[in-house]
Design a protein around this ligand. Structure first.
Ligand code: PNS
Length: 159
């Protein structure tokens, strides 16, 4: 069984992430969506809250599991018997950052391959940070995040 791990901060999950999960689930037998810690980012949601939001968004998908992991991505891959990291690429601006991570993971474990999917054009401007900004200042986040989590995001930025 070909298992791919789709890692990220997912703070919160956006429609761009969801699109990659849906397309990934058609290519691989199973997708493990993994909420990991990015030490450069301060979170709005706790890792457990992010997992719950993603679970809501993927509830109709049989071959998708959502986990959180406090450690190195390569260790999660070992735990899950996977060699494949799935990532979305939005624009050239993502490339350097993603390449650095892919090469680092491959340096840490040479068995690991990172597979990139191009983000759909309509989501290419979308990021969790911009969603938070829009929600914080009262703009509409409809169409930016899965419908079932809109209220959660609005309530959280108001706290
Ligand atoms: O959505 P993000 O913030 O771009 O995702 C980055 C993330 C969480 C995948 C990355 O920071 C990560 O893999 N963190 C876990 C620690 C790790 O394995 N670091 C080594 C790769 S640089």
């Amino acid at each position: 069984m070909k298992v791919a791990v789709y890692p990220g901060s997912f703070d919160p999950i956006t429609n761009g992430h969801l699109d990659i999960i849906k397309r990934g689930a058609k290519v691989f037998d199973k997708i493990v969506v993994a909420v990991l810690i990015n030490i450069d980012k301060k979170g709005l949601f706790t890792p457990d809250e992010r997992v719950k939001l993603i679970e809501k968004a993927v509830c109709d998908m049989d071959n998708v599991e959502v986990v959180s992991f406090n450690g190195l991505l390569i260790d999660l891959l070992k735990e899950r018997n996977s060699r494949v990291v799935l990532k979305g690429l939005r624009a050239v601006s993502d490339f350097e950052y993603e390449m650095q991570m892919a090469l680092m993971n491959n340096k840490l474990d040479s068995e690991i391959e990172t597979v990139f999917m191009m983000t759909a054009a309509e989501n290419s401007f979308l990021s969790s940070s911009s969603v938070k900004q829009v929600a914080k200042f009262g703009g509409s986040i409809e169409g930016l995040v899965p419908d079932c989590i809109i209220e959660d995001v609005i309530n959280q930025v108001k706290r």
